[in-house]
Design a protein around this ligand. Structure first.
Ligand SMILES: *Cc1c(COP(=O)(O)O)cnc(C)c1O
Length: 234
């Protein structure tokens, strides 16, 4: 078995343990591979190892690897900050855009999807810690923005994504995950038009067991699958 397959197998075991401890059915949480800075070969290895989806952070990188058919066999998600002028590269290409963080971006994606004749699945990114330097809408805005979905027939809101503050201690994000889960459940119950909410995307390499405990449905893991990323200065 290659290293990536071993890593995925170990993560699956830990996921199953966390699901059992939380009293959740095994398999209720999906594993997304955060593939940034990893080449097509590694992405293919992760898909062969059985990850449920791939998530890319940068539009350019997604386009390049997609041209190399890197994502064949797994749904492709976008999880990075999205500028409005780059949305055209993703609509109808990404199965799920997880990082929609403004009403303006929602309107732009809807217009592009209408032109292409598709319905684009999205998540709304919530800045659950209310940090000034982070993208995502504030938790207080999530309900209003979800209700606004009724204006966008070429979008389908599938749920929410969050990146909590960097935890300084073990379990430091439990309260943010719990708050995010409550918000997800409350809005899901309202069944707004053009929504079909079933995804809560939270939890990464260092804290996915805590996210599973608090109700995540999709963890996004990079380092634990691929190893530490090599940041090269350009
Ligand atoms: C890189 C990244 C991840 C994965 O982070 P790791 O700590 O490497 O697991 C998850 N979500 C987003 C949005 C990311 O950019």
């Amino acid at each position: 078995m290659n290293v990536i397959a071993e890593n995925v197998a170990r993560i699956r075991e830990e996921m199953a343990r966390a699901e059992a401890q939380a009293g959740r059915p095994e398999g209720s949480v999906q594993l997304l591979a955060a593939t940034k800075m990893n080449g097509a070969e590694q992405v293919r290895a992760a898909i062969a190892a059985g990850v449920d989806a791939c998530g890319e952070n940068r539009v350019q990188e997604l386009v390049e690897k997609n041209e190399q058919s890197a994502y064949t066999g797994a749904p492709l998600h976008f999880i990075g900050h999205l500028q409005k002028n780059k949305a055209k590269f993703l609509v109808g290409v990404a199965d799920l855009i997880q990082s929609v963080d403004s009403p303006e971006l929602m309107a732009v994606i809807n217009r592009l999807a209408e032109k292409k004749g598709v319905v684009q699945d999205i998540l709304i990114e919530v800045n659950i810690g209310g940090e000034t330097a982070k993208s995502g809408i504030l938790p207080e805005q999530a309900d209003e923005m979800s209700a606004k979905m009724e204006e966008y027939p070429n979008l389908c809101l599938r749920g929410f994504m969050t990146i909590p503050p960097i935890a300084v201690e073990n379990g430091g994000n439990l309260r943010y995950f719990a708050k995010m889960y409550q918000l997800y459940v409350d809005i899901k119950r309202k069944k707004y038009d053009n929504t079909n909410i079933e995804y809560l995307s939270m939890g990464m390499s260092d804290d996915f067991a805590d996210a599973i405990k608090e109700g995540t449905t999709m963890i996004r893991v990079g380092t634990r699958i691929f190893g530490a990323r090599q940041y090269v200065k350009k």
